[in-house]
Design a protein around this ligand. Structure first.
Ligand SMILES: [Fe+2]
Ligand SMILES: [Fe+2]
Length: 188
């Protein structure tokens, strides 16, 4: 009887650990990608009127990335093997949209940040299910970052994202790409 109780407990603990690993792995990858997107945008638009706006978003992403870089070793999580890919893809996405113009860069921001806000919200629901008290630090971190990402999204809208050429399709393509990146980073 005790053996089965212990087995049940350790299965639950293992499942819990796997869920937390996925959360930290994908968020670490996402924040690194976001850091690269804004680095790419800054390389093209840094000296224009929107430079300071993008710099502010970038600074917050650097904080987000630093936090997950701290959590990765602390929770003994293996980072995704896709880090080198997100490094390049993030920069190319940021610089590429910025080359299309300020509005396209902002459209990229709106698309990415809306996917990330939804993603953080669903992680928050999952963490609360796993045990709110047990995961308080992670919950507080993700809540704070979710609020920042919502601000980034609103900043993009306030800076004419919707005036970008082919806004609807540009936004759809970037959102699909982000969702695919999230799916892959959770798994490998
Ligand atoms: Fe972020
Ligand atoms: Fe963001």
């Amino acid at each position: 009887m005790w053996r089965s109780v212990i087995r049940q407990y350790s299965t639950r603990a293992a499942r819990n650990k796997a869920a937390i690993d996925r959360i930290i792995r994908v968020d670490h990858a996402g924040e690194l990608g976001a850091d690269r997107i804004y680095a790419g945008q800054m390389a093209i638009l840094g000296k224009t009127k929107v430079g300071p706006v993008i710099q502010h978003l970038w600074d917050q992403e650097k904080e987000h990335k630093a936090k997950f870089e701290e959590l990765i070793p602390r929770y003994r999580v293996r980072p995704t093997v896709l880090i080198p890919l997100w490094n390049v893809a993030g920069y190319v996405l940021g610089a590429g949209t910025a080359l299309l113009g300020r509005e396209a860069a902002m459209a990229c921001t709106v698309a990415v940040e809306s996917v990330i806000t939804d993603h953080y919200n669903s992680q928050l629901r999952q963490l609360i299910e796993l045990g709110e008290a047990e995961h308080q630090e992670l919950i507080d971190t993700i809540k704070k970052f979710r609020d920042d990402e919502m601000d980034h999204h609103d900043t993009g809208l306030a800076h004419d994202a919707e005036m970008a050429p082919a806004y609807t399709s540009l936004s759809a393509v970037i959102k699909a790409g982000c969702k695919a990146a999230v799916w892959m980073s959770e798994r490998i």
